[in-house]
Design a protein around this ligand. Structure first.
Ligand SMILES: [Zn+2]
Length: 323
């Protein structure tokens, strides 16, 4: 398969990348992510050759590092951040590292890290591609709306915005692309008031973006708003024990493989609940393989999954640069 120019890739590593990103020079990707990559290749969810060979070899650094002749190689990554679990994990770590100092300064100075989750109404029959487009266009419009720009997060209050698109799936309701926005803000407006304002705006905007009135969310389900100092999505579920799997991995690689095998052969019982991409990738029940193939095939043109923007006009910026 030939890579099309629409697929988003990060820039190639530079020799300074580890210092830039604050990583140790050892591989920062955890083992269970490599296992997910391997399983997706084995199950032919990942079929593109560059992604299959991601992280399988070392390449020489662009410039020779004369003072450190031993450190002349780096791991060759594919950089398909929306399609490769390894490169996706690296990007998430990078954005997290990038955001941390800003969040800390904000919290130290009485600001709030507000997490907003935006959803659409949908059913089993809604196409993933179409839902992604409606979601992306609506988020873009929202950030440009007067409620957003003048009332909720005007420049004097808005310190940063982290935008994160996620896809979950359930047998009952099909694909559920949604968007998490984390806004660092010094607006003293109570969180409840923000929620009622943004819920109205979201409903209005989706109504103008979507040709299908079915997608329009109702006021109570379209948006979640919480004050989240940690920056973590506290509501993310862990029904298949991802954390346990990670811990097990430290204990024994063999045990982990057996757990995967067991999960793979549980058969065709009805799958209850809603699953994140990570949960589906970790637990390749037969039912998830076609779902994952659909997700991996339907990466919308110029669809950036996660990114972080800082407002350099906010007064707190001086506390960042003076550190
Ligand atoms: Zn990769």
């Amino acid at each position: 398969m030939v890579a099309s120019s629409n697929d988003i890739r990060t820039n190639s590593d530079k020799s300074s990348i580890y210092e830039d990103r604050g990583w140790k020079r050892s591989d920062p990707v955890p083992d269970h992510i490599y296992d997910i990559h391997k399983s997706l290749v084995e199950e032919e969810v990942i079929i593109r050759s560059e992604i299959i060979s991601c992280s399988k070899q070392f390449i020489s650094k662009i410039e020779k590092d004369l003072p450190n002749p031993d450190k002349k190689r780096r791991i060759k990554r594919c950089h398909y951040v929306n399609l490769c679990p390894i490169c996706n994990n690296l990007l998430e770590q990078f954005v997290e590292k990038q955001m941390n100092p800003y969040r800390q300064v904000l919290l130290d100075n009485g600001g709030k890290n507000i997490l907003m989750t935006f959803k659409l109404r949908h059913n089993q029959k809604s196409s993933l591609k179409h839902l992604q487009k409606v979601l992306k266009d609506s988020i873009k419009k929202l950030k440009d709306d007067n409620i957003w720009k003048r009332t909720l997060f005007p420049s004097k209050y808005r310190f940063y915005v982290k935008t994160e698109y996620e896809i979950s799936w359930s047998q009952e309701n099909g694909f559920h692309p949604h968007c998490h926005l984390q806004i660092g803000t010094t607006n003293p407006m109570p969180t409840d008031e923000m929620k009622s304002l943004v819920a109205l705006a979201w409903k209005r905007i989706v109504t103008t973006v979507s040709p299908n009135k079915f997608f329009i969310p109702n006021l109570s389900n379209g948006v979640d708003v919480t004050d989240t100092p940690s920056g973590k999505h506290s509501k993310d579920k862990d029904p298949y024990g991802m954390d346990k799997l990670k811990r097990m991995h430290k204990k024994s690689h063999k045990e982990m493989k057996e757990k995967f095998k067991k999960l793979n052969t549980t058969g065709t019982e009805r799958i209850k609940g809603s699953f994140s991409l990570l949960q589906m990738q970790t637990n390749l029940k037969d039912v998830f393989i076609p779902v994952l193939k659909e997700i991996y095939r339907t990466t919308v043109k110029r669809f950036r999954r996660i990114f972080f923007n800082v407002n350099t006009h906010h007064t707190l910026i001086s506390k960042i640069s003076s550190k």
